[in-house]
Design a protein around this ligand. Structure first.
Ligand code: FE
Length: 198
């Protein structure tokens, strides 16, 4: 799906219009049905969906294991999927620990789990981030105000058209009293990309 991989939002919009026209021509769907599907997709395509996944993983160890093992299979438990109605992308969830930290990039362009995070931030698509985070992840994280100890191993995951990544941040200390909704409120988009602690 080269349009998705290289062209950004304009290419996605053009592709969606093209597919819409084909489907309508062939009488396979009507415009209202498509609008409903698109609205449903956009409603869940925000960092709030990624935050819900993390909060559930923090409170439910069995879910966390299923999520790390096969994220695509686990997402429907929260009413989520990676499919935008057209094509389901592979999702891998990578877990931060005291010893290891994960960061996501698309070195080639801007591949990103839009279905769970919404549109990507501008810096994610920038040449500076894409080239530098691979060479010097610690330095890039520092520029985000996120200082990792020298003993922490950093893994950089390179997304592609077929494979997307989501970081499972560490649960912050002092949050034992929070319920799942409260925990989800702590999780930020940047935490889900790996450039913030949570
Ligand atoms: Fe890409």
């Amino acid at each position: 799906m080269s349009g998705d991989h290289h062209g950004g939002d304009a290419a996605i919009a053009a592709r969606v219009r093209h597919v819409e026209a084909l489907l309508e021509q062939r009488g396979l769907v009507d415009a209202q049905e498509l609008d409903r599907a698109l609205e449903a997709f956009l409603a869940r395509a925000s960092p709030a969906s990624g935050a819900r996944i993390v909060a559930r993983a923090w409170v439910d160890d069995a879910f966390r294991e299923r999520l790390l093992d096969d994220a695509n299979a686990a997402l429907p438990e929260l009413g989520l999927t990676m499919g935008g109605g057209l094509q389901e992308q592979r999702l891998k969830v990578v877990e931060n620990t005291a010893a290891t930290h994960n960061v996501v990039v698309c070195t080639l362009c801007s591949c990103y789990p839009i279905a769970l995070l919404g549109p990507s931030p501008t810096w994610y698509k920038s040449e500076a981030y894409r080239s530098r985070v691979v060479r010097d992840p610690r330095g890039v994280l520092r520029e985000f105000g996120f200082e990792l100890g020298p003993a922490v191993q950093i893994t950089v995951w390179d997304a592609s058209a077929e494979s997307r990544y989501l970081v499972l941040p560490r649960r912050p200390a002092g949050t034992a009293g929070l319920d799942e909704t409260g925990l989800a409120g702590l999780v930020t988009r940047n935490g889900l990309i790996g450039v913030a602690p949570v």
